[in-house]
Write a protein that binds this ligand. Structure first.
Ligand SMILES: [Zn+2]
Length: 181
């Protein structure tokens, strides 16, 4: 699935639509001071992005308060915090590493993810992700428990539906980690 998804425009379009929706909700929420939120998107240089989607993925939805100028960035299924690689790539490539699927190296070369970066993602999934509040609130209560060793694959397989749907659910679950609170 990994190879196909990362080269298929469909998922990139779906994720963009979800992000636009999350952004609209963020903007409707207004600032804590009561001020209106105006668009002030962040420029991004997304890695692992399909060429055809690059223009649409070169910024992240963010807002600035019209009164106090405080920033509010919308949660995202496209960008996992400040990572330069798209969330999609971080999830898929790390699952592939977990699954020890033959051909991982070929795929890494294809979208140019250095081996070191992959190892860093892997240790984030296994060591850091289980320490997040999100894990405590959403994942720790899943029974039977999700294996930490095989993250993120062990989490994705818990979502019902075809792999693409499971992937979308996984990315949505991660959205609280994509903004600073
Ligand atoms: Zn404000």
């Amino acid at each position: 699935m990994c190879h196909n998804v990362l080269q298929d425009q469909t998922i990139f379009q779906i994720l963009l639509r979800i992000d636009a929706d999350l952004a609209a909700r963020t903007q409707a929420g207004r600032c804590a001071c009561g001020g209106a939120l105006h668009r002030a998107d962040y420029p991004r240089k997304p890695r692992g992005c399909l060429k055809a989607a690059r223009a649409a993925y070169s910024s992240r939805f963010s807002f600035c308060c019209s009164c106090c100028r405080k920033r509010r960035t919308a949660p995202s299924v496209r960008f996992l915090g400040r990572r330069v690689y798209l969330a999609l790539v971080v999830v898929l490539m790390a699952s592939r590493l977990t699954a020890r699927t033959p051909g991982t190296q070929t795929l890494c070369a294809l979208i140019a993810v250095p081996r070191r970066t992959l190892q860093r993602w892997r240790s984030w999934w296994v060591q850091d992700f289980p320490l997040t509040r999100l894990w405590q609130a959403e994942v720790a209560c899943i029974l039977p428990s999700v294996s930490r060793e095989d993250l993120p694959q062990s989490l994705l397989v818990r979502f019902a539906g075809p792999p693409l749907e499971a992937l979308l659910h996984g990315l949505l679950l991660l959205t609280p980690l994509t903004t600073r609170t």
